[in-house]
Design a protein around this ligand. Structure first.
Ligand SMILES: *[C@@H]1O[C@H](CO)[C@@H](O)[C@H](O)[C@H]1NC(C)=O
Ligand SMILES: *[C@@H]1O[C@H](CO)[C@@H](O)[C@H](O)[C@H]1NC(C)=O
Length: 202
C-alpha cells in the first residue's frame, strides 16, 4: 500500500535533482540587477581598458591601454572619477599599449608589456622596475632567471595570493608560467584597516 506514494516521491526527488541540468539547456534570465553609469571618461580623453581593485589603498587602478598609462581612482567611483596618473605615458613602459595588469597584496601593479616582452612592476609610489625580460629581447619560451626569460607576444598576468605568485597565461606558447613574488609583495591588509602580514611559504 505504501509503495505507490514512495515511487511518486522517488520520481519527484529525481525531477528536483535534475532541475539545474534542465535549466542549463536554455538561457535563464535572472532579474534583480541594475546598470548605471558612474563616470564618463570621454571628456578626460582616457580609455579605460581594465580596472582592478587595490587591496591596501581600497581604491582602483585603471589601465589606459591606448595611452600606455596607469591611473588610480577613488571608490566609490564618482562622476569626475578623480583620476591620478600612477605611471606610464612617456614613462617606463613606453608606447607598448599593455593590455594586461595584475595587482598584488601590497598594491604593486604588474604590467604585461608585451611589445617589449617584459613584465614591469609599478610600486604604489609609481616607481617602476622591470621584473622579467629585462635582458632578453624578442619573443620565445625561456624560463629561469626572470630577466632572461622570454614570452610569446600574447600573454596575460594574474596574481594568485594563495601561492604568492604571478601566473602567466602564455597564450602564444600555450603554457602556464609562474613567477614567485617576494613575501612583502603578498602581505595584505585585513578588513579593519590594520595591516596583517601574511607570509606564504614560497
Ligand atoms: C617598448 O616598446 C615600445 C613599442 O615598440 C617602444 O616604443 C618603447 O620604447 C619600448 N620601451 C622599452 C622600455 O623598451
Ligand atoms: C642573462 O642575461 C645576461 C645579460 O645578457 C647574461 O650576462 C647572463 O649570463 C644571462 N644568464 C643566464 C642564466 O642565461
Amino acid at each position: 500500500m505504501a509503495s505507490p506514494p514512495r515511487v511518486l516521491l522517488g520520481h519527484t526527488l529525481l525531477l528536483i535533482s535534475l532541475l539545474p541540468l534542465l535549466a542549463c539547456a536554455g538561457l535563464v534570465l535572472e532579474d534583480g540587477y541594475t546598470v548605471s553609469t558612474v563616470s564618463d571618461l570621454n571628456p578626460t580623453g582616457t580609455h579605460p581598458y581594465a580596472l582592478l581593485p587595490r587591496p591596501r589603498a581600497g581604491d582602483l587602478v585603471l589601465l589606459d591601454s591606448a595611452g600606455s598609462t596607469l591611473y588610480t581612482l577613488p571608490l566609490p567611483v564618482s562622476a569626475d572619477a578623480g583620476l591620478r596618473r600612477l605611471a606610464g605615458g612617456a614613462g617606463a613602459f613606453g608606447h607598448g599599449h599593455p593590455r594586461s595588469i595584475a595587482v598584488d597584496g601590497a598594491d604593486n601593479v604588474y604590467v604585461a608589456d608585451r611589445a617589449n616582452g617584459s613584465i614591469r612592476k609599478v610600486a604604489p609610489s609609481g616607481y617602476t622596475t622591470t621584473i622579467a625580460g629585462g635582458y632578453s629581447a624578442g619573443t620565445g619560451h625561456r624560463d629561469e632567471p626572470a630577466q632572461n626569460a622570454t614570452f610569446s607576444p600574447d600573454f596575460e598576468l594574474t596574481y594568485i595570493p594563495k601561492i604568492c605568485a604571478l601566473l602567466v597565461a602564455d597564450r602564444g606558447n600555450r603554457l602556464i608560467r609562474q613567477i614567485k613574488l617576494k613575501p612583502e609583495d603578498c602581505a595584505h591588509e585585513n578588513q579593519k584597516g590594520k595591516f596583517r602580514w601574511v607570509f606564504y611559504l614560497c
